[in-house]
Design a protein around this ligand. Structure first.
Ligand code: HPA
Length: 285
């Protein structure tokens, strides 16, 4: 079996045949939130099927593509279409694009998702800045042999979501009059939505939003010392007392509706990042 590093080198080689663009920021767009890609001035677009070891998404309506270009004047690469563990992909496959982003030169990862709101003060359509996460997926993407040249065997997960990026995002949101919440995201494997008893348990352990993605990608990003900003769109309410049936269609419709706000926020935050490569979180200063 090929080592991860070897696979990464093959994928980078395939990308370098298409473009020598070197992005500073990687962006992963969640379910129903892919429209941000329309705001990118593209330099190069590569379909996943052209890339070795990239799976193809099974839940999104568009085909998966890597989009290289400029957003608010900054060099970025965005994933249009992400992978979930519940689709049957291994954790290595789910997180492989994050490693590719790092190898392309990205120092920072902005990740978004559609999530259920557990905090009773949340409303549908709210934007939540992720302050921390709880991994209840039952698996960890770093299980297995560790390549020390990628990151440590036992990576620290304190301040996994960069505190200064959170602060900056809150300041930008205030300036742009975009209301934002802040909270803890809990990642579950899915693909079932949760039972009432499970929602109650998730609230007891102090989670504010629940979803089926993000946690693996962020763990791998931190394994490689990338700075992470995470944003959730609250697409449905999961307080056990106000519980309504939820479906993928409801989640997508709510995410689509809130997408312009998220796009506006991400664009404004990226604009403020004067030198993404030199960003040093407070905890490491
Ligand atoms: N659980 C509940 N509601 C949701 C989820 C989830 O994983 N994702 C989006 N809305």
């Amino acid at each position: 079996m090929k080592e991860i590093k070897e696979k990464l080198q093959e994928t980078i080689k395939a990308i370098r045949k298409e473009t020598d663009f070197s992005p500073d920021i990687g962006i992963i767009l969640g379910t129903g939130l892919g429209k941000l890609t329309e705001k990118i001035e593209p330099e190069s677009i590569i379909p996943y099927k052209q890339l070795p070891y990239f799976p193809t998404p099974t839940v999104e309506s568009y085909e998966g593509r890597l989009i290289f270009g400029y957003l608010s004047g900054k060099k970025i690469v965005a994933m249009q279409g992400r992978f979930h563990h519940y689709e049957g992909y291994s954790m290595e496959q789910v997180t492989f694009p994050v490693r590719v982003m790092k190898f392309l030169g990205c120092n920072m990862l902005i990740v978004s998702n559609a999530a259920g709101g557990l905090n009773p003060l949340f409303e549908r359509g709210d934007v939540m800045i992720i302050s921390d996460h709880i991994n209840l997926m039952g698996v960890n993407p770093l299980t297995g042999p560790n390549d020390e040249s990628l990151g440590p065997r036992f990576p620290d997960m304190l301040n996994i979501y960069d505190r200064d990026l959170i602060k900056l995002t809150e300041e930008v949101a205030l300036k742009k009059a975009i209301p934002v919440k802040r909270g803890v995201y809990v990642g579950l494997q899915g693909p079932t939505f949760e039972t009432g008893a499970e929602y109650r348990m998730l609230r007891i352990i102090r989670a504010d939003a629940v979803g089926m993605s993000t946690v693996p990608e962020v763990i791998v990003a931190r394994h490689m010392s990338m700075k992470v900003l995470g944003l959730s769109i609250i697409t449905d309410l999961c307080s056990p007392d106000v519980l309504q049936p939820v479906s993928h269609e409801i989640v997508i419709a709510a995410a689509n509706k809130a997408e312009p706000i998220l796009t506006k926020l991400i664009k404004a935050v990226v604009q403020k990042l004067n030198d993404p490569q030199k960003w040093v979180p407070r905890s490491e200063k």
